[in-house]
Ligand binder design. Structure first.
Ligand code: FAD
Length: 395
């Protein structure tokens, strides 16, 4: 094929990017990112995205190419770029969920109508949804432990090196992502975006990773990787990360949880608004919901987590569990309210993992013990025994 469009989505990297590797089989490649208003965003995520695109653009320029950044409907923009450059193919990573599954179908139809070949590859997970299936039948695993066993044994695609060079047609003049994306000045900049920043974070954290098994739930220790925004935007390849020999099994198991929720979302695209199994009769209490959102419930461990979310756009997993359990199991409020609040504030927001974890905590999802109770006193005593985490966020 003479020319292919490489549509970057949530795979903002040049290393181990299967869609980019596939596009590079063409003679010429047009790298493109479309900022689609249909995709959920937030000020902090816009900043992270703009920084990641600027970093990607720099990497592509180093390989002889550039990056077009357009704003609008993805399908319309892709077809416009195909027409402008006479492209015969489009390559992109497969993605899942409410917006992405609709987009996939519309892009397929538009490509079919224009006689353009659409190539969809793996890339947003370590193991793609559908690659491991339960032996008893069904299109996904409903329970984590058997999935983890099958996931650990499955053969993986090879890790792709970055292309050596990306030949690009004349007239591909890249765009400044900050000019196109319009990043609000107040956007939280706690996490610097980009593949370069992801590699720096990983290299800085890897020597401490051996503590992960013991300390990942210790709230004050802040001993988890904080790699989640990089995984959510694909600045880091989950496939390559899962094979990084420096990281303990307990960490790789968390990456498997990430894939687990993706394979649930692929089979059940409505995960963010429809209960996966029977729903509860949730209470309505706008005052209690508002206090929870602002970190003013009066329960220290919950308030500390919720204030960290407002300040950093991020919380450790244990704090997310405690806050989500308080909203759903203690206050009896609808998990969708919490899911939406997290979606608005998390810099690492990811539909599969936000919705999957909210449903798990609420007992409407994939937990095998849906009626489990969380005592905030016990959680605080166990995971913040001397109160250092609470003091950090409440004083
Ligand atoms: C209510 C709730 C909402 C959540 N929403 C999100 C979300 O929107 N985006 C998101 O990426 N994660 C979400 N998580 C999962 C998890 O809390 C975060 O991925 C993790 O805290 C990120 O910090 P880290 O990178 O330091 O994690 P680490 O502990 O260092 O783990 C490494 C990676 O493994 C994955 N991972 C870890 N825990 C989980 C888990 N329970 N489920 C799925 N993947 C996991 C993440 O990609 C994470 O970056 C949510 C969890 C809960 C309980």
């Amino acid at each position: 094929m003479r020319t292919a469009v490489m549509l970057f989505t949530r795979d903002l990297r040049v290393h181990d990017n299967p869609a980019l590797a596939a596009a590079c089989a063409a003679d010429l490649v047009v790298p493109l990112y479309v900022d689609d208003p249909g995709r959920a965003t937030s000020p902090a995520r816009r900043r992270f995205l703009a920084e990641s695109l600027a970093d990607l653009r720099g990497a592509l320029r180093g390989l002889g190419a550039d990056l077009l950044v357009r704003r609008g409907d993805t399908v319309a923009e892709v077809m416009r770029v195909c027409e402008a450059h006479g492209a015969a193919g489009v390559s992109c990573a497969d993605d899942f969920g409410r917006f992405e599954s609709g987009l996939r179908e519309r892009l397929r139809q538009a490509c079919d109508a224009a006689g353009v070949l659409l190539l969809r590859t793996a890339g947003v997970t370590a193991v793609p949804p559908g690659a491991v299936l339960p032996s008893g039948g069904g299109d996904h695993y409903k329970v984590f432990t058997p999935y983890w066993r099958a996931w650990s044994r499955t053969r993986r695609r090879p890790v792709e090196p970055a292309p050596e060079r990306i030949p690009t047609p004349d007239g591909v003049n890249g765009d400044d992502p900050f000019a196109v994306l319009d990043v609000p000045p107040e956007a939280n900049a706690r996490f610097p975006g980009g593949e370069g920043a992801a590699a720096d974070r990983l290299d800085a954290w890897a020597p401490r990773a051996e503590d992960y098994t013991e300390r990942s739930d210790d709230l004050a220790a802040d001993a988890t990787s904080r790699l989640s925004p990089y995984l959510a935007f694909g600045c880091l390849s989950p496939r390559a990360l899962a094979a990084d020999g420096r990281l303990p099994d307990a960490f790789v198991r968390q990456l498997c949880w990430r894939d687990f929720h993706y394979q649930v979302l692929a089979a059940f695209p409505g995960l963010a608004d429809t209960a996966y199994r029977g729903d509860e009769d949730w209470a309505e209490d706008p005052g209690a919901l508002d206090a929870w959102r602002r970190g003013e419930t009066g329960i220290d461990i919950v308030d500390a987590g919720m204030r960290q979310l407002l300040a950093e756009g991020w919380m450790p997993g244990r704090a997310r569990l405690i806050c989500a359990a308080h909203l759903t199991k203690t206050l009896g409020l609808d998990w969708r309210r919490g899911e939406a609040w997290f979606a608005e504030h998390l810099v690492d927001y990811d539909e599969a993992n936000n919705a999957g974890n909210w449903q798990w905590t609420a007992g409407t999802g994939n937990d095998t013990k849906p009626y489990r109770r969380f005592s905030h006193e016990r959680q605080a005593a166990r995971f913040d025994p001397d109160g250092a985490y609470r003091r950090r966020w409440l004083s």
